[in-house]
Design a protein around this ligand. Structure first.
Ligand SMILES: Nc1ncnc2c1ncn2[C@@H]1O[C@H](COP(=O)(O)OP(=O)(O)OP(=O)(O)O)[C@@H](O)[C@H]1O
Ligand SMILES: [Mg+2]
Length: 279
């Protein structure tokens, strides 16, 4: 059986069906006439294992709320999130903890995710203690392997986070996530704060992790150039709704919704810089 046919019959790692998240305004806002915010409105998509699923859309379109709902950080008003075929709302105790460990978040600002008072060695060792307690005796090896996995030299182990560049810090964040042995990385604007060459390094690292280890990646970005560089499939969100979702190459070759066409007129940074064909 080829990999492709195996993929077709395997259930998706993540599956959302008609997921909505509503925010009610506070008392003062209600008095001023604010009404319910439908941040995510009947969103459905499947994320296949070992693929990168891009979520694009302008600010406020509901991208972060969607992934926060996946992780149980926002209450879902209606709909279901299935992880590995199991309704997340039914997971309790140990099974819920395992799901939380298997889906690791990477945010825009790496410095806020790294304790500034700890050297990189200690940051990584802490994570081994929490998520790999049974192997704690091997922590030096696990810590060194984690740095190798993200292409950082061992000399960086003795540095503090502020002694690394933004791109290097983001790679430490990814190393921390990898120690937890995730099946999926959920990246929310993970390269948006980086310069173009650091962006490319982090994106290439994520592509390698997908290809070499079969990691599944959900990648939120407002930059269509980045989305194209990283995604196998893309969902375009607007005002809480998915207006278009298809394989990335189809979206770029033949955008169907007017909104996607508008997004595509935004400047594509990476494609030009890294020798992509014009979008
Ligand atoms: N806790 C909250 N309470 C009330 N409204 C919220 C809350 N969180 C988000 N919203 C609203 O939900 C909508 C979607 O927000 P969300 O943060 O998901 O957008 P986004 O696509 O991630 O935007 P950005 O690109 O700026 O990060 C916005 O209108 C936002 O103001
Ligand atoms: Mg956001």
């Amino acid at each position: 059986m080829t990999a492709e046919t195996a993929n077709d019959i395997e259930p998706p790692l993540l599956s959302l069906r008609s997921v909505s998240v509503d925010f009610s305004p506070g008392a003062l806002a209600r008095m001023l006439g604010a009404s319910l915010v439908k941040a995510v409105d009947e969103v459905s998509f499947d994320v296949r294992a070992g693929r990168t699923f891009g979520i694009v859309g302008e600010s406020g379109s509901g991208k972060s709320t969607t992934v926060r709902a996946i992780l149980g950080l926002e209450s879902i008003s209606s709909g279901t999130v299935r992880y590995n075929g199991v309704d997340m709302s039914t997971l309790r105790g140990r099974r819920r903890k395992i799901a939380a460990r298997e889906m690791q978040m990477v945010f825009q600002d790496p410095s806020s995710a790294l304790n500034p008072k700890l050297r990189i060695r200690h940051l990584l060792a802490e994570r081994v203690k929490i998520h790999r307690s049974g192997e704690y005796g091997n922590r030096t090896t696990i810590v060194r392997n984690a740095l190798d996995d993200v292409g950082l030299p061992h000399t960086h182990l003795d540095r503090f986070p502020h002694q690394l560049s933004g791109g290097q810090q983001q790679r430490v964040v990814i190393a921390l996530a990898l120690i937890s042995r995730p099946r999926a990385l959920i990246c929310d604007e993970a390269v948006s704060g980086l310069d173009v060459s650091s962006q490319a390094q982090v994106l290439n690292l994520l592509n390698d992790l997908r290809d070499d280890r079969g990691l599944t990646i959900i990648f939120i970005t407002h930059d269509m150039g980045v989305a194209r560089y990283i995604s196998d499939d893309i969902a375009v969100m607007r005002k809480g709704v998915i207006v278009e979702q298809r394989p990335a190459e189809e979206i770029f070759a033949d955008p169907r919704s007017d909104y996607t066409k508008t997004l595509l007129t935004a400047v594509p940074t990476l494609p030009r810089t890294y020798g992509f064909t014009e979008v």
